[in-house]
Design a protein around this ligand. Structure first.
Ligand SMILES: *Cc1c(COP(=O)(O)O)cnc(C)c1O
Length: 380
């Protein structure tokens, strides 16, 4: 028997109390029971997203929520800017082009970021830009982009700031209202410790105003219709009832821990993971602020990173992730978001030492683990 451990940057492990909550008999969604469940979830989501706006759950993966953000706030032919510094930035571009939007790419080499000043310059050069679309945490490279800085410049313009927070909600601080972010998009299977299947969209006042003139086609993902139902604790279509039940449990857990502590925990896990990888002589892929959700590590010279991913699985029954797109073969990614604790990082690094040794790399056993433990020994 080899104990299974999921250490990928999504989906992430689901706590047993959440699994048990979701194993309850199915309830109907037009009942007083669902009304009470959803009332609690609605309030908890607002706290989590740090907004007074409704946070709309949708029965789709994170990408569905990304598409919802685009089709509800934009119109045919609109000019939009996209921060392209990883494969999720590319996904924004693909979605925008699928709906015939006119895309200005603000590109940076993968592993790097686009400074807010470049966004400001683009907005000055092209005042007709209708939106800026970015990731908060670019999961493919392990970089955290400067959403606060982007918001400071979009707020002073006519462009909406649309943020993919799929791998940052419940992981990194993103106070939507305080920063003036116009749209926040998230999903269930990363920091929220739930199975895949729920997407989330929260729109600020400027974004809601845009929905009134948006001409892009939408039916299932019509957020105006969705909000009309959500304010009555209902859903436009059959909601993903079981995941919403699990979500109530997750929101209670996060509230018990306290959001600042949730962010601190992820920051520590990420710092320890980076320290461990570097102590083993490995380079981090991130050349900008690293994400607290996931650490992208460059494979040693001459080693295909897919072999590291395969060795984790074969020798230790641990799922990590490799590189996506052009990064395939060059990096591997360790997820430390959601239901992740200090000793999970120790396990991931201990396994990394064994995997590297098995692949014929020189390893100072314990060096990675030791570096992580030193981070954890620091006073919080
Ligand atoms: C996981 C993820 C998504 C959504 O992916 P789905 O497979 O559609 O859930 C979007 N953006 C980022 C940054 C992600 O990490």
């Amino acid at each position: 028997m080899k104990k299974y451990q999921l250490m990928a940057p999504g989906p992430t492990p689901v706590p047993s109390e959440v699994l048990l909550a979701m194993a309850q008999p199915m309830i109907h969604h037009r009942t007083p029971e669902y009304d009470a469940l959803f009332a609690e979830v609605r309030a908890g989501l607002k706290t989590l997203v740090q907004t007074e706006q409704e946070v709309l759950p949708l029965a789709c993966s994170g990408t569905g929520a990304m598409e919802a953000a685009v089709v509800n706030t934009l119109s045919a032919g609109d000019r939009v800017a996209v921060v392209r510094a990883g494969t999720f930035g590319e996904r924004w571009i693909e979605i925008c082009r699928a709906f015939r939007l006119d895309v200005l790419e603000l590109a940076a080499p993968f592993g790097q970021t686009v400074p807010a000043e470049r966004v400001a310059a683009a907005l000055r050069a092209e005042p007709r830009l209708r939106a800026v679309l970015v990731q908060h945490s670019e999961t493919s490279t392990g970089v955290l982009h400067d959403v606060r800085g982007y918001a400071a410049v979009t707020r002073a313009s006519d462009a909406l700031l649309i943020v993919d927070a799929v791998s940052s909600l419940g992981i990194a601080d993103l106070p939507m209202d305080a920063w003036g972010v116009d749209v926040v998009v998230a999903g269930s299977q990363k920091g929220l410790m739930l199975p895949p299947g729920l997407g989330f969209c929260a729109l600020g006042d400027r974004a809601w105003a845009r929905t009134r003139t948006s001409t892009l086609p939408k039916y299932y993902l019509n957020l105006t219709e969705e909000r009309r139902c959500v304010v009555k604790n209902e859903a436009h279509f059959t909601p993903a009832v079981s995941i919403v039940v699990g979500l109530r449990q997750v929101l209670r857990m996060l509230e018990r821990e306290g959001l600042p502590n949730v962010f601190r925990r992820h920051d520590r896990l990420a710092r320890a993971t980076r320290a461990g990888a570097e102590a083993l002589g490995l380079a981090l892929f991130a050349r900008a602020t690293p994400s607290p959700a996931v650490t992208a590590v460059v494979a040693p010279p001459g080693v295909d990173s897919e072999r590291i991913v395969a060795a984790y699985a074969a020798a230790h029954n641990i799922t990590i992730a490799g590189g996506q797109g052009e990064m395939k073969g060059t990096l591997f990614r360790l997820g430390h978001m959601g239901y992740a604790a200090e000793l999970d990082v120790i396990v991931a690094l201990a396994a990394l030492e064994q995997v590297l040794a098995d692949l014929g790399q020189p390893v100072d056993f314990g060096a990675g683990v030791r570096a992580a433990q030193k981070v954890f020994a620091e006073k919080a």
